[in-house]
Ligand binder design. Structure first.
Ligand code: COA
Length: 258
């Protein structure tokens, strides 16, 4: 059986490709397990600073959960299938930046996986949606919670209650996609940004990500106090000394991640 996940490294960027193009990269149990295994490997690899996730083939990022697995399932079977650790939560809490490179259909669990990433870069051909309602279901990978936080309650209601798909331009307009690029340039533009991020101090990237993520759960007062503490924590690092010194000496910084 071909691998459901391909893991490549380009410089300090790891590229995870969901590899079931004949099923539009639908997320079955194997894909979820293999993605978790790839993330575990990347997390402990100091050579990787940033992760990009995409779908194989020209047509689809991920067209949702594998609907074939739902037929005949009992609530207990489903609860077992949704046991922790869940790929959506692991992705959302991943210590390194994760970019969703959306090359086509981004539906259901695929959209929820993209919502768990830090940044969504879409091809002009991308189509987004939460079509679970058409199956007598609701989003189950965090969509009812992460989508309204990202696009506001009205757009989230519209997408989740209608099951409608929207194109990349509209996704950008409502804040679902962060950047939209021509299809042929998706990989180069995404990798360019990922490499730029991966060239920063890995330690500082982690702290910056943690601070921004905290804005989604803390009040503004608590968030600003947390930011101040994390900012001051940066003063304990060799990379802060190096970054400041390099600026003053007009040379590029040589980060050590300490
Ligand atoms: N789960 C399982 N299989 C899926 C799938 C999914 N979520 N999405 C697509 N596939 C399969 C199709 O069954 C088909 O398999 P087959 O060739 O063995 O019949 C193959 O992928 C190609 O899909 P197809 O429907 O022929 O492509 P299309 O271009 O005509 O339509 C979509 C594309 C995305 C509109 C359509 O596949 C679709 O609606 N998929 C389901 C989306 C969804 O509801 N996701 C949420 C799940 S909770």
């Amino acid at each position: 059986m071909p691998a459901t996940i391909l893991l490549e490294r380009e410089g300090r960027v790891a590229l995870i490709t969901v590899n079931r193009p004949d099923k539009l990269n639908a997320l079955n149990e194997q894909v979820r397990d293999d993605t978790l295994a790839a993330l575990a490997e990347i997390e402990h690899d100091d050579g990787v600073g940033v992760v990009v996730i995409t779908g194989a083939g020209e047509k689809s990022f991920i067209a949702g959960a594998d609907i074939g697995e739902f037929a005949g399932r009992t609530p207990f079977d489903q609860r077992h299938a949704m046991r922790s650790p869940r790929v959506f939560d692991i992705m959302a809490a991943f210590p390194k930046p994760v970019i969703a490179m959306v090359n086509g259909f981004c539906l259901g669990g695929g959209c929820e996986l993209a919502l768990s990433c830090d940044l969504i870069i879409a091809s002009e051909k991308a189509r987004f949606g939460q079509p679970e309602i058409n199956l007598g279901l609701i989003p189950g990978g965090g969509g009812t919670q992460r989508l309204p936080r990202r696009v506001g309650i009205g757009h989230a209601m519209r997408l989740i209650l209608s099951g409608d798909m929207i194109g990349a331009a509209e996704a950008k307009e409502i804040g679902l996609a962060d950047l939209v690029v021509p299809h042929e340039e998706l990989r180069s533009k995404t990798m360019e940004l990922a490499q730029k991020m991966a060239g920063k101090s890995p330690l500082t990237l982690k702290v910056a990500k943690e601070a921004v993520r905290a804005s989604q759960r803390l009040s503004i007062e608590d968030g600003i106090a947390y930011e101040r503490d994390l900012f001051c924590l940066c003063f304990s690092t060799a990379d802060k000394e190096e970054g400041v010194k390099a600026f003053l000496e007009k040379r590029p910084a040589a980060w050590t991640g300490r």
